[in-house]
Ligand binder design. Structure first.
Ligand code: HEC
Length: 143
């Protein structure tokens, strides 16, 4: 009897886990990097990444064209520089981008807000969001 109850519980748990995983994968694929980009970057960098978002008139300096990063770097996508640029927390003094938000710090604040009841490494959360963004930006490079 107890074994049967345990089996039922384990099965229910597995089913819940499976449906949770299915939900996470979403049936329809979710491009997390694109979603992140549209939510946090498109206002300045534009829907297509070309730097003509609705905030353009309010920026002292034009937000760069993110689709030509590889082209402007001898055809090599500047993967690691991009991680550092988006993170923004490790730039030496005087090398900051005053018009560009410090996303590393912003995500760190959000990590504390989003994960209140489970142990987490806030740096992993920050890294994950930035890596999704970098992958998306790589996917929109012009040849
Ligand atoms: C409030 C406006 C604003 C938002 C929002 C914004 N940026 Fe920027 N970004 C800028 C500006 C302005 C520059 C140019 C700064 C400079 O050249 O000093 C820039 C520069 C950059 C550069 C360097 C471009 C180059 O040509 O070298 C990258 C990469 C970048 N942003 C990525 C992002 C990403 C990814 C996001 C979203 C997480 C984002 N930005 C959100 C304003 C913004």
């Amino acid at each position: 009897m107890r074994a049967a109850t345990l089996t039922a519980l384990v099965t229910a748990g597995l089913l819940a886990g499976a449906s949770g995983a299915a939900l996470a994968q979403g049936g329809a694929k979710v491009d997390f990097g694109k979603r992140e980009y549209l939510a946090n970057c498109a206002n300045c960098h534009g829907l297509d990444g070309k730097g003509d978002g609705p905030y353009k008139p309010y920026l002292a300096k034009s937000a760069g064209d993110l689709t030509t990063l590889a082209k402007r770097n001898q055809g090599v996508f500047p993967y690691y520089q991009l991680i550092e640029m988006i993170d923004g927390r490790r730039l030496p003094p005087g090398h900051g981008r005053p018009d560009m938000p410090i996303w590393g710090a912003d995500y760190l604040v959000k990590s504390a807000r989003d994960y209140t009841d489970v142990p987490y490494d806030p740096e992993l959360y920050v890294r994950g969001r930035i890596m999704a963004l970098v992958d998306y930006i790589q996917s929109i490079q012009t040849k």
